[in-house]
Ligand binder design. Structure first.
Ligand code: BTN
Length: 241
């Protein structure tokens, strides 16, 4: 049974988890597009129950049927490097899932996996003076059609957490980690990175990079050691050799 995602439920979970930011539960095609079209005075999280036009990385569609958590945190201000925000979010989510007894791995640049299956996608972008951090997590939503590649909190045996709790706990962890030295985030990220120490190939529009994954840089780039040189990879599709 899908829980109730209401103003009251969010207020209760935010209070319990000590998250002190504004929120709006809205009907929209995509919380990311919605967030980019409004102006807010303080950090505000935009939450919806389903998205008809959920946006994924590289403009791909992000399937968002009722039962999952779909939200965008509008954070006032822009971080020096937007890419460095994704590791903080990834570690926050992996930490929360760890608290639920789930071993979550991070797939660079923006996926959270459980036993190789995607449970969560993250999208960060800027809008004016704001950073918009979009998070989509499979919770109670039906994933039967994509069960070979996806999983959900419910499928992993998390039955008692409400979507409001999940959103509140991720936000709490995110704000905690945002105040932590980035070197600590880097270490935590490295421990969860599913390709750490592996030999990979990164395919970009105009070139390919081969080497061993060492971790992420301060800017959030993937560090690939090709023997004679270390490359900071900003984007690309990865295959494991
Ligand atoms: C990806 O897997 O490529 C990233 C997916 C990000 C999805 C979230 S759901 C909330 C927010 N609204 C969107 O339209 N996208 C992000």
């Amino acid at each position: 049974m899908i829980d109730k995602l209401t103003n009251k439920a969010i207020q209760k979970s935010f209070k319990k988890t000590k998250v002190d930011i504004d929120f709006q539960i809205v009907d929209c095609q995509s919380t990311q597009s919605y967030a980019k079209g409004i102006s807010v005075a303080v950090d505000t999280v935009i939450i919806t129950k389903e998205q008809k036009k959920g946006i994924g990385r590289l403009g791909r569609k992000f399937i968002s049927v009722e039962g999952g958590c779909y939200f965008t945190l509008i954070k006032k201000g822009i971080s020096k490097n937007i890419l460095a925000t994704i590791p903080i979010v990834s570690v926050a989510i992996a930490t929360v899932l760890g608290g639920y007894g789930i071993k979550a791995d991070i797939k660079w640049p923006n996926d959270i996996l459980v036993n190789g299956k995607k449970i969560c996608g993250i999208l960060c972008s800027t809008s004016g003076e704001n950073t918009c951090i979009g998070i989509g997590i499979n919770v109670f939503n039906d994933i039967e059609e994509i069960q070979d590649i996806a999983t959900s909190l419910y499928s992993e045996g998390v039955l008692t957490k409400t979507r409001a709790d999940v959103i509140a706990e991720i936000l709490y962890e995110f704000y905690q980690l945002s105040q932590t030295d980035f070197s600590i985030v880097q270490e935590k990220y490295k421990k969860r990175l599913n390709i750490i120490g592996q030999s990979i190939k990164v395919v970009q529009a105009d070139k390919e990079i081969e080497g061993t994954v060492e971790g992420i840089s301060e800017e959030g780039f993937l560090i690939v050691n090709s023997g004679n040189e270390k490359t900071k990879v900003v984007y690309g599709d990865i295959t494991i050799n």
